[in-house]
Write a protein that binds this ligand. Structure first.
Ligand code: DAK
Length: 260
């Protein structure tokens, strides 16, 4: 697996994915999106990884957006290709059957904010800044910003952010529900790893099925949504981990999940 712009590390049951183009503030060009695609292949295959952290390299940026230098001169056909590559990768990350935490260490603008929105949970450093500057560049958000941001923070706040291009600091992002938690910059990875480890201690299939039920259910009416939940709940009863979790409780002993 040869990667130039993304680093994949594994620490126990947690994988850490670092977008690594610090000279361009980790802006997403096609090569980086392709690297991310390859990394997702690897994460999908690895049954020993139970949780994933996505972060940016360097002090300044999580991801400062799609790469404007690369996008600027795209033809219509090239723009479509770039768009479908980006959307494919972001959807794959959103649908990855493992929980994904964005550890947002700095600027998360445009495609960077959208990358964090494709993750399940966002933890921000006090230095993080979020925004959707696309309309100021003459384009609409293109990696799901109009959709995922509105679903997360509501249409009023999403419209304000997208129409005004305003950049909000971590405390404001927390206030509007864009991030789950804000921590000191030096504690960011520690906190993200602690959360990932806490998640990884639970039954991986139950966590995965919860993710699927939430992601599917949020897009449909409540009657259909609770059917997805019932389906997920039922599926747990065909797993060894359900037997183990409940038996360990009854026997008052520590549980040991096997992802089976
Ligand atoms: N693309 C390319 N290079 C970037 C970049 C970006 N998004 N952001 C920063 N850089 C580069 C800068 O050009 C500079 O490079 P050098 O000049 O050193 O070679 C280097 O990173 C350092 O940046 P600055 O010198 O500008 O650093 P400052 O501290 O002064 O400013 C900043 C930091 C983050 C405020 C500033 O760099 C900035 O405003 N960056 C652009 C942020 C932005 O507008 N991001 C949104 C990009 S648009 C779509 C899919 C996706 C998208 C659209 C459509 N479809 C599927 C249809 C997404 C669009 C976007 O994300």
């Amino acid at each position: 697996m040869e990667l130039n712009n993304v680093i994949l590390e594994k620490e126990g049951k947690v994988a850490i994915v670092t977008i690594n183009r610090p000279k361009a503030l980790n802006a997403l060009n096609s090569a980086t999106l392709k690297d991310l695609d390859v990394v997702i292949d690897e994460l999908e295959k690895d049954d020993d990884i139970y949780a994933v952290i996505v972060t940016g390299s360097g002090e300044k940026a999580f991801v400062a957006g799609a790469d404007i230098t690369e996008m600027k001169d795209l033809s219509t056909i090239e723009a479509r290709k770039f768009s479908s590559l980006g959307n494919k990768v972001f959807r794959r990350l959103e649908n990855l059957e493992k929980p994904v935490i964005a550890a947002v260490n700095g600027f998360a603008l445009g495609g960077g904010c959208e990358l964090s929105l494709s993750c399940d949970i966002r933890i921000a450093s006090e230095k993080a800044k979020f925004g959707q500057p696309e309309t100021g560049l003459g384009i609409t958000p293109g990696f799901g910003g109009t959709q995922r941001l509105a679903r997360l923070v509501g249409t009023g706040v999403a419209k304000e952010l997208i129409y005004t291009c305003k950049i909000v600091k971590a405390d404001e992002a927390l206030r509007v529900g864009l991030v789950n938690k804000v921590v000191e910059p030096e504690k960011l990875m520690e906190e993200a790893k602690a959360m990932a480890t806490a998640i990884a201690a639970n039954a991986p299939i139950a966590v995965k099925l919860s993710k699927v039920a939430i992601n599917r259910g949020i897009q449909c009416d409540i009657d259909t949504a609770v059917m997805y939940e019932a389906e997920a709940f039922g599926e747990c009863f065909s797993t060894e981990d359900q037997t183990e979790g409940m038996t360990a409780f009854v026997e008052k002993r520590d549980k040991s999940f096997k992802n089976k």
